[in-house]
Design a binder for this molecule. Structure first.
Ligand code: GLU
Length: 484
């Protein structure tokens, strides 16, 4: 049975580059669970690894989550009762716990130099030692005692003293009973005075009242260390939900190096709608009950949300499915909204042409939305509407039938007087060219299309003429006619 006491969930990305799609995947499940239980979803920035910080990364995390509709209830810049929400601003919070662990004999100082640790690891690798990890040279020694031995450094770290009975199994709300390997004497406080992830995550999840820890499956092997810290510090344990890693179509782990779609910004740059990306992430979480429920709002996802449905075998990142969803969401927007999104997309990409009339674009967008996959697909198909004149493509010119001049002349005559709406234009041209001159529709309208758009393929012809208007339409027909 599902426990519906209000959950506090969190996503805890490190601002080390532009955000990974996995961050949004976790955020979706965090937010859904918080919504389902009437709880809250927290964004915490895990910036304790000062060497890996990338300027602007935190802002991108914030922006992309908001863009996807997955913004947190609490977080940096958002406020909340459990701040600050950046670990670098919480350094004072960790110290007392480190001291407590040392005083209780659960943690100890280690003065081993990185050279010594590297040599130790190498030796263990070469001798294929049964027991690997730190050899506890510093355990039980004072600084003075340790300083007399080789491989000493002045600035110590603090390590956990992992006992033989460390808890290796735990319950995961997605996976059931999970077993993890025996941990090493993990460093919890670094030489620079910053906590490591392992200490900070436990202290912060506790102090922030997190009830459900949703994170990637790569953290399963760290969970025993975290459980020890919970035990030692007397904190109640949270629930764990270890999400599957997203995979490329060849089943390899999705990484920014190998797959551009691992970058969350990529979706926005490509012209995907946030609704489609969010829906896609829902589908990656678990398969829908049936094909008809593949398209689902966040509210619907929340309504049917259940941890035991989550895929544990890495869901495959199939961009074709995303393309399909994007087309669907594009078509579900009204012309006004779709036009605004198209304009915003091009502005952001830096290639919006300010001379384009947004009203004209709004009229034209319905002509191409059926054939759009991405936001950037509209303008190339509609460019002819905004050009002063069109250039006739070679292939289009070559496709003109022998009687093209006759067709154009007749077309011009009709268009000079017909009421200029698509229905009247179509009826009048058909009457004159197909019924009157006996030309097959394909040959009758082809030359008009080439004249109007410069190409052989275009959005619906008569609607395009209506949008372009009588004068511009006639000018284009005459211009091609003159060259024949
Ligand atoms: N900072 C960790 C990461 O970026 C968070 C892991 C967790 O959610 O506990 O993966």
């Amino acid at each position: 049975m599902t426990d519906l006491t209000p959950a506090r969930t969190r996503v805890a990305p490190s601002p080390t580059g532009d955000p990974h799609v996995g961050t949004a995947f976790m955020a979706l499940f965090d937010k859904a669970w918080a919504a389902k239980t009437g709880g809250s979803f927290v964004l915490r920035i895990e910036d304790t690894d000062q060497n890996r910080l990338v300027e602007g990364s935190e802002q991108q995390i914030h922006d992309t989550l908001e863009w996807l509709g997955l913004g947190p209830d609490e977080g940096p810049g958002k406020g909340g009762d459990f701040g600050p929400y950046r670990q670098s601003e919480r350094l004072d919070a960790y110290r007392p716990f480190v001291e407590q662990l040392i005083a209780d004999g659960h943690a100890y100082y280690c003065w081993c130099s990185s050279e010594r640790l590297t040599a130790l690891r190498k030796e263990q690798d070469q001798s294929k030692a049964a027991k690997t990890g730190y050899d506890r040279l510093c355990l039980g020694k004072t600084r003075e005692e340790r300083a007399k031995l080789p491989g000493f450094t002045d600035t110590p770290v603090v390590r956990m003293l992992v006992p033989d009975d460390a808890p290796l199994t735990f319950t995961d709300i997605i996976r059931g009973q999970v077993r993890a390997p025996f941990p090493d004497d993990q460093v919890i406080l670094k030489a620079d005075g910053f906590p490591t992830y392992h200490l900070a995550v436990v202290v912060d999840d506790h102090l922030m009242g997190i009830t459900t820890v949703v994170r990637g499956e790569e953290w399963i092997s760290s969970t025993p260390k975290h459980l020890l810290l919970y035990r030692w510090l007397g904190f109640p344990e949270p629930q764990y939900a270890h999400m599957p890693l997203l995979r490329n179509t060849d089943k390899s782990k999705i990484s920014k190096r190998r797959n551009p779609a691992a970058r969350l910004m990529w979706f926005r740059e490509q012209g995907y709608l946030p609704e489609a990306v969010r829906n896609f992430l829902q589908l990656l979480g678990y398969p829908p009950a049936d094909d008809d429920s593949e398209v689902a709002t966040f509210a619907e996802f929340v309504e049917h949300f259940s941890w035991d449905k989550v895929n544990t075998t890495g869901p495959v990142f199939d961009v074709k499915k995303l393309d399909w969803l994007n087309g669907h969401y594009i078509r579900s927007l009204g012309a006004g909204e779709l036009t605004e999104r198209i304009i915003a997309f091009h502005r952001e990409r830096g290639d919006w042409d300010e001379s384009i009339d947004a009203d004209v674009l709004r009229q034209a967008v319905p002509l191409v939305s059926e054939r759009m996959t991405l936001l950037g697909d509209a303008l190339p198909k509609l460019g002819f509407l905004f050009a002063d004149q069109v250039e006739i493509e070679d292939a289009a010119r070559a496709s003109l039938p022998e009687n093209a001049a006759e067709v154009l002349d007749a077309g011009i005559e009709v268009l000079e007087t017909v009421p200029f709406d698509a229905g009247s234009i179509q009826a009048a041209l058909r009457a004159r060219l197909v019924d009157g001159l006996g030309i097959k529709p394909k040959f009758a309208f082809g030359p008009l299309r080439v004249a109007l758009t410069g190409g052989k393929v275009s959005p619906p012809l008569f609607e395009s003429m209506e949008i372009l208007g009588r004068d511009a339409t006639l000018a284009r027909l005459r211009s091609l006619r003159e060259t024949l």
